[in-house]
Design a protein around this ligand. Structure first.
Ligand SMILES: [Zn+2]
Ligand SMILES: [Zn+2]
Length: 253
């Protein structure tokens, strides 16, 4: 490569994966297991987003490094409208600050018998603790506030309306539309629908870039629904450029 030029490559990404920290995810979804499975399936980038928490991101990043998988650190936040949003941050400190903000607006304690264990691990599958917050619950944060908070990050970040084609826990399912003022970077559709169908069925999807992800809660589902990005690396900044088609970056299904 010439000096000053940037090496772009095409990477396979699953931007919606849960770990064993999510009460509804399999216990064998340890960060290490996720990265090993991703590597086996040729997935280059994992977006790790547990419900309302980012406590397994440090382990996921280390496990990803060991397995040769890039990790975008974030979480899947439930708004007061009970709509899910994927929030990713390039800066680990900003992700931690965002997690505290979410925790401050999330009431209740988990009942492991009813909802499942919320396991925090290290990169070697060692259990380092259990999160006792009610991660399955919704925050008291309106969608507008979540989006504004993520976008206010000083480093690059991404905020994406999750699985908008689903009737439950999606902004369209809950409100019937996407408020035009919501400054989303993208909308995510589930694997059950194509981007063309999404645009035909949900008019608001025409206003945003569309992505997909597996929403994996078990190892089997990792990489089931992926995107291809032509980028320099798997950061939020690069993904954002790819979604906008800027600087030769590309996002493809
Ligand atoms: Zn969700
Ligand atoms: Zn999810």
């Amino acid at each position: 490569m010439r000096r000053g030029s940037v090496a772009l490559r095409r990477i396979k990404a699953d931007l919606h994966v849960h770990s064993c920290l999510s009460p509804c995810a399999d216990l064998d979804m340890s960060p290490r297991e996720i990265m090993k499975t991703a590597r086996r399936r040729g997935v280059d980038l994992i977006g790790l987003c547990d419900h309302n928490s980012a406590e397994n991101i440090p382990a996921a990043k280390k496990a990803g490094e060991q397995a040769g998988v890039m990790v975008l650190g974030g979480m899947e936040v439930a708004s007061s409208e009970e709509a899910h949003f994927l929030a990713f941050f390039d800066d680990d400190d900003e992700l931690r600050v965002f997690q505290e903000y979410v925790y401050q607006h999330l009431a209740g304690k988990n009942d492991p018998q009813a909802f499942g264990l919320q396991v925090v691990t290290d990169e070697e599958d060692g259990v380092t603790g259990f999160c006792d917050r009610l991660l399955i619950g919704a925050t008291t944060l309106p969608a507008e506030q979540i989006v504004a908070k993520v976008r206010a990050a000083r480093h690059e970040s991404l905020v994406i309306a999750a699985h908008v084609d689903r009737e439950s826990f999606s902004i369209i399912g809950q409100l019937g539309f996407i408020p035009p003022s919501l400054a989303l970077d993208a909308v995510e559709i589930s694997s059950r629908i194509t981007a063309a169908d999404a645009k035909a069925r949900f008019f608001d999807c025409r206003n945003y870039p569309i992505i997909t992800g597996s929403d994996a809660h078990s190892p089997d589902d990792i990489g089931r629904s992926v995107m291809w990005f032509t980028v320099e690396d798997g950061t939020a900044g690069e993904i954002k450029k790819a979604l906008a088609g800027r600087d030769s970056r590309k996002a493809e299904f």
